[in-house]
Design a protein around this ligand. Sequence first.
Ligand code: ARG
Length: 269
Amino acid sequence: MNKELLMCDAENFRIDYVINPYMHTGRQPDRPAALAEHEVIAKTHAAAGRTVRFITSAPECPDMVYTANGALVAGGRAVLGAPPAPRRPEIPYVRAWLTEQGYEVHDAPYAFSGQGDALVCGPFLLAGHGQRTDRRMHAVLAGLFGYEVVPLRTADERWYDLDLAVGVIDARTVAYCPQALEPESAARLRGLGLDLIEVTPQEAALFALNLVSDGTTVTMTTGTPRFAAELRARGLEVAELDTTELRKGGGGVRCTALTLDNAAPDART
Ligand code: ARG
């Protein structure tokens, strides 16, 4: 997994509105720094042997660099995101790209944060709700993809997407911040029989969990050395990258990469 990713250039990345607690219109990205930071992330994916495809950003879509929210893609199918109003103009572009590539594309009938709230982990789909995703989406996703959906509710708006509270390392290993999930959800995650790694709320607030892992290499932010060391101690390659500019929009490494090669469970065996 995570050997084929969809990214979007950062040419039009700005903070035009505020839809999460990390965004401030008075704190704009530094354009050259943002472009450079984004390019390093894309090149690091490529260096890890991942194929990076690109969608072209649209001037009226300042958050389009965060491709993770555009859809959930698995086994040749895609369900488009249904984001907060300011981000809705992105969706027709995502639809057009996925359709052109031959994916069977479905609309989300309810609010849905795309992969931001839908992380594949082996047979499970770790599925966020309560912030940007309507819980009714879980049945839609289960029906279309066949995963065992594990509903996880995040504790508050700092974790407006599940990919800030949970990071999938491989099909059996998940890193998470217990305090970023509601207690029942944390208990549910602990009951799955996965190998779990814990991070602190401070580490999670630095977007430590907003990582891309293919099971061999973990691509993540700088600033959380304890967690990075723990991953290395498990034998993983870890690339720690600056995410200063992306952070201004409330996102990190995971948010900028929509996974295209999630295996649907029926396609597995
Ligand atoms: N500014 C964007 C938003 O609030 C950031 C999205 C980050 N994406 C993510 N998967 N967490 O929608």
